[in-house]
Design a protein around this ligand. Structure first.
Ligand code: IPE
Ligand code: IPE
Ligand code: MG
Length: 242
């Protein structure tokens, strides 16, 4: 449908894509390597895909890096993941600045270790003026928790007399979500063959196109992203109309 557009526009008109980056552990297991190495390869895949999406002219990309449910993993794995996060922010911030990438974090990241919170706040500040692509990283993110915080915010506005309960509209809820300044979510990708959303962007995905691939996250590359976008380009989006 949008084949011709695809030739000139590698995003096929997608303004905002999100990825559930799953399968690091299985990637490592298949290669008889420790899980930590799977996560390390996963970070390399992130680095590559951020670059590729930027080059394509994507407006925004949201990556699920650590869920509010991932705290139930063994302490050692959590500590490996947090270590990789520290390294990633330190090593890639200059490239963000160079490539015009604005960093944003969704999720309750303030509950992470205080040194990580400081690093994140500095990185956000340093890239705030960039306007080529917004990279939103979901950290300690759960869509249900995001909605809980949004309800809390709207309720406090009601309590202060700023808003009547009957006047609460979709825009008040959407406006209180972490994704408030991102374009509508066009395409949601999940790697590793799992067919579920695992508490990711439940509100935002209302009319997103979904794309599932068996490819494990560390193997997800430019060609895989092109395949997902091509599939998106072939979809007929109706938004309830006819
Ligand atoms: C995704 O890979 C990374 C995170 C959830 C942090 P997994 O660690 O979930 O890998 P699998 O699903 O066990 O293969
Ligand atoms: C979803 O993957 C979370 C991230 C990719 C960060 P999980 O591996 O945690 O999801 P489940 O447990 O298979 O649903
Ligand atoms: Mg997983």
């Amino acid at each position: 449908m949008q084949g011709a557009a695809g030739k000139s526009d590698p995003t096929y008109g997608a303004r905002h894509i999100a990825i559930i980056m799953d399968g690091n552990g299985r990637w490592a297991k298949r290669k008889h390597l420790p899980r930590a190495l799977g996560h390390k390869k996963g970070v390399e895949a992130v680095r590559n895909i951020v670059r590729v999406a930027g080059e394509m002219g994507m407006e925004a990309m949201t990556l699920y890096a650590f869920s509010s449910e991932n705290w139930s993993r063994p302490e050692e794995e959590i500590s490996d993941l947090m270590g990789l996060l520290r390294q990633y922010i330190q090593s890639d911030i200059d490239e963000f600045v160079k490539n015009g990438v604005r960093l944003k974090v969704i999720g309750n990241y303030r509950a992470l270790d205080s040194d990580i919170v400081t690093m994140i706040d500095n990185a956000i500040r340093k890239t705030a003026g960039n306007d080529k692509m917004t990279l939103a990283v979901a950290l300690n993110y759960g869509a249900q928790d995001e909605m809980r915080r949004a309800v809390q915010h709207v309720a406090s506005r009601v309590k202060q007399g700023e808003l009547e309960p009957e006047a609460i509209g979709l825009e008040h809820i959407a406006g209180a979500l972490d994704t408030v300044d991102l374009p509508p979510l066009d395409l949601l990708i999940r790697t590793s063959g799992e067919l579920r959303l695992s508490n990711f962007l439940l509100w935002q995905a209302a009319y997103s196109e979904l794309y599932f691939t068996d490819t494990l996250w560390p193997d997800f590359d430019k060609a895989e992203l092109e395949k997902a976008l091509q599939s998106f380009g072939e979809r007929e989006r109706r938004f309830g109309g006819r």
